[in-house]
Design a protein around this ligand. Structure first.
Ligand code: PMP
Length: 361
């Protein structure tokens, strides 16, 4: 089977040189006579891998010294629970901006622990989806934190500017946007991300948390989700997902060789412009997101004639363009074009879409 361009939203494609290196050293990692996944997480060899990965991530994102970086379990959804357990007290309120299905799911989970305040939601104006203007948001100055998702993976809605929440710390679910461009970490109280899009394989999540927010976990917080404890233990309170952590480290190294997040931003903007350009130039494909809120990572689109969906997906697959079906909750199509998707992959998709439109439209 020849290599395909995989447009899956996650687990997503990983950079080819990273996969090549992992293959190369799978059975004998750096002369140890065994795989990196067979090493003790407490061995010096693995601790070096872990620390190097953190150092590279810090460098890539310019993470200030007063932030801890945790490599944890439980994916993005694990953090939907860990955030309220660590950052709020019983009976407190927290602000949740709902810009799509993942931030809605985060709010629903938080309801188990606190009273979430729905700050704003998605509106449809002139047939286009957008987030209501920040001036109309119902912010609570006493909220324990403000939670939002800067890139909604299912809906393809992105919020580019960082909201102004006064003294209320900002918590961001960056699962599908972290490392896709420059980021001012100092504006956030906490950033979290499941790894399986722009970081590495699933099974790992990364938390970047300001020191000031540590040490407030509720008594019943499971120890593996206690930020303070994990920070003290170098994310090794229990056995971390070591192979995923190692692969994340290879991805960070790859990002550095490519020119870091500034170069990723340039490429991602180019890829997104090509794909939205193709959609907007046609009467056959539709993306109903307001241009100011369009995601550069996940591009959902529909065919004017949904009866052709199946044929589109079948023929795309035959052309080596896989996993283009939209999320099961919304249908249609979705192209996820994270850092590891080369420009050539988007060019191939655009060529296929134009050809399909000519033949079927
Ligand atoms: N948040 C966002 C923005 C996501 O895209 C996802 C998964 N696609 C999640 C949270 C949930 O992640 P997980 O499946 O790792 O729990």
């Amino acid at each position: 089977m020849s290599k395909v361009y995989n447009f899956c939203a996650g687990p997503a494609m990983l950079p080819e040189p990273v996969m090549e290196q992992a293959k190369e050293e799978l059975l004998d990692w750096q002369g140890h006579g065994c795989s990196v996944m067979e090493l003790s997480h407490r061995s010096k060899a693995f601790v070096d891998v872990a620390q190097q990965a953190e150092a590279d991530l810090r460098e890539l994102l310019g993470i200030p010294d007063d932030y801890r970086v945790l490599f944890t379990h439980g994916g993005g959804r694990g953090q939907f629970s860990a955030v309220p357990m660590n950052l709020s007290r019983q009976g407190q309120r927290a602000d949740y901006l709902v810009s799509g299905s993942w931030s809605a799911a985060a709010l629903a989970e938080a309801e188990k622990y606190l009273t979430p305040n729905r700050v704003a939601e998605v509106q449809v104006v002139d047939g286009l989806k957008r987030v209501s203007d920040a001036s109309s948001w119902d912010l609570d100055a006493d909220a324990a934190y403000f939670h939002y998702c800067p890139n909604e993976t299912v809906d393809g809605i992105a919020i580019d500017g960082i909201p102004d929440t006064g003294d209320v710390p900002i918590v961001a679910d960056m699962s599908s946007t972290i490392l896709s461009g420059p980021l001012d970490v100092s504006r956030f109280g906490l950033i979290y991300a499941g790894a399986q899009k722009n970081i590495g394989p699933s099974g790992l999540s990364v938390v970047i948390v300001n020191d000031a927010l540590l040490g407030q976990a509720r008594a019943q917080t499971p120890s593996i989700f206690d930020y303070q404890l994990q920070a003290e233990q170098g994310s090794m309170f229990n056995t971390p997902p070591t192979f995923a952590w190692y692969l994340a480290g290879l991805v960070f190294k790859w990002l550095k060789t490519q020119g870091g997040v500034a170069e990723m931003h340039r490429r991602n903007a180019q890829k997104a412009a090509m794909l939205y350009g193709c959609i907007d130039d046609s009467d056959f494909y539709i993306n109903a997101i307001h241009p100011d809120y369009r995601s550069r990572m996940n591009v959902p689109f529909q065919l004017q004639e949904p009866a052709l969906d199946k044929l589109f997906l079948q023929q795309a697959e035959q052309a080596g363009l896989t996993a283009l079906a939209g999320h099961r909750s919304v249908g249609g199509m979705r192209a996820s074009i994270y850092n590891a998707m080369p420009v050539a992959g988007v060019q191939a998709l655009v060529a296929f879409m134009q050809d399909f439109e000519k033949r079927k439209g």
